[in-house]
Design a protein around this ligand. Structure first.
Ligand code: NAD
Ligand code: GLY
Length: 358
């Protein structure tokens, strides 16, 4: 088992990574729920697959829980989804010292985290991520949010979990498309911070999952969580270094909005967004030539489409709603080269020109 710690100014918490941790979940969560019931927020797919293991694990530790099972998919990360959680918390009389556990992918984690942050001005929160994307990224660092029709993640809060429990064996049931979406975020970590990680991902395109791949995946999850926890420890509230974790997300979020959030998955949109951001950087002379192609290669080795086929100029209005946009431009994450990222304000005129010709 790997044990990492996210060290923040005012608190710290552990990220535990290990095969089979789901079967120890009861004992791992018990210290955060002294008396009372854990409200477990999950989705129908995850609950269908892991209900019994979850039940056994919590029963063994004599921890009581109430499962709140949401429809799977991005549409649950909405005002209606949030309001539904408040209704259930009220029905359960969830107390201020209660615990809410997110058991699922990034959708469940983001929604449940925001509900935990705001219910009675904040109750205890645990992350038990079950997608690759959530295990390498969204469960760590305390960003919680819902989408509005106006854009992605527009309402949210920074709210750190008390613990993150990652069992990579839950990925055995993950559909291939979701594995690919997680790999997009893994490639992002390599692109912004680690040439070693990036190089290790590029040649390993084994089509058949093997035990070795399983072991390697646990290491990759550990690498990504380490990079993220170091960055979050230095910049919890996203004023500087943490922004680098949004590489590919400015274009990516605009693509998600344009596709109505559902048809294009977050990881797929980030893949397109990384290649577009590198292409823009190359066009502006800020990024080493060939970087966009290196990204294309790594993405396609992991089954990801790298070139967005939709209307590029139509992304511009959504870019102006980005949380990092201001008058006349947007603060974008660019690469100097693979492994080295920086923040650059780019004018909308420049972006418009690029999108018209890309
Ligand atoms: P998701 O939560 O929708 O999960 C994807 C699908 O996989 C769902 O259908 C789910 O039911 C299914 N699933 C989950 N675990 C499974 C398992 N073990 N076996 C089989 N099926 C399983 O999507 P996601 O990709 O995990 O998360 C995407 C969301 O995360 C987006 O809303 C994105 O904005 C957010 N996100 C947040 C952060 C952050 O820092 N908070 C970072 C990155 C992404
Ligand atoms: N996923 C970006 C962040 O957590 O900052």
């Amino acid at each position: 088992m790997k044990n990492l710690t996210v060290e923040l100014k005012e608190k710290k918490y552990d990220i535990l990574i290990g095969e089979g941790l789901l079967d120890k979940l009861g004992e791992l969560l018990a210290p955060f729920c002294q008396d009372g019931v854990i409200a477990v927020v999950t989705d129908e797919n995850v609950w269908g697959l892991y209900r019994e293991r979850f039940f056994s694990s919590l029963s063994r530790a004599e921890v009581a829980f109430e499962a709140i099972v949401l429809p799977a998919g991005e549409a649950s990360k909405s005002l209606d989804g949030l309001s539904g959680l408040y209704d259930t918390f009220a029905r359960l009389s969830l107390p201020r010292d209660g615990l809410v556990a997110a058991f699922g992918g990034g959708v469940v984690g983001d929604l449940c985290g925001l509900a935990a942050a705001t219910w009675m001005r904040g109750v205890g929160f645990a992350q038990v991520p079950t997608t690759l994307l959530a295990q390498v990224d969204s469960s760590v660092g305390g960003k919680t949010a819902i989408n509005l029709v106006h854009g992605k993640n527009l309402v949210g809060a920074f709210y750190q979990p008390k613990i993150v429990v990652i069992d990579p064996s839950t990925l055995d049931s993950l559909p291939e498309r979701e594995v690919r979406c997680g790999m997009a975020e893994v490639i992002k970590y390599g692109a912004i911070r680690s040439t070693g990680l990036f190089a290790s991902l590029a040649p390993s395109a084994s089509p058949e999952p093997t035990e070795e791949t399983g072991a390697a995946l646990a290491d990759v999850i550990g690498d990504c969580c380490r990079i993220k926890s170091e960055i979050v420890s230095r910049d919890e509230h996203d004023f500087g270094e943490r922004m680098l974790l949004n590489f590919g997300h400015t274009f990516g979020h605009a693509i998600e909005k344009q596709s109505g959030f559902a048809p294009c998955r977050h990881g797929e949109a980030v893949s397109f967004g990384m290649v577009l951001a590198a292409g823009l950087g190359e066009r502006m002379g800020l990024t080493e030539p060939g970087t966009a192609d290196s990204l294309r290669r790594a993405l396609s080795l992991h089954g990801l489409d790298a070139d967005y086929k939709g209307e590029l100029p139509a992304l511009l209005p959504a870019l102006s709603m980005d949380k990092k946009s201001g008058s006349g431009g947007v603060r974008m994450i660019m690469l100097r080269r693979i492994g080295e990222a920086f923040v650059q304000r780019v004018g909308f005129d420049e972006i418009k020109k690029f999108l018209a010709n890309a």
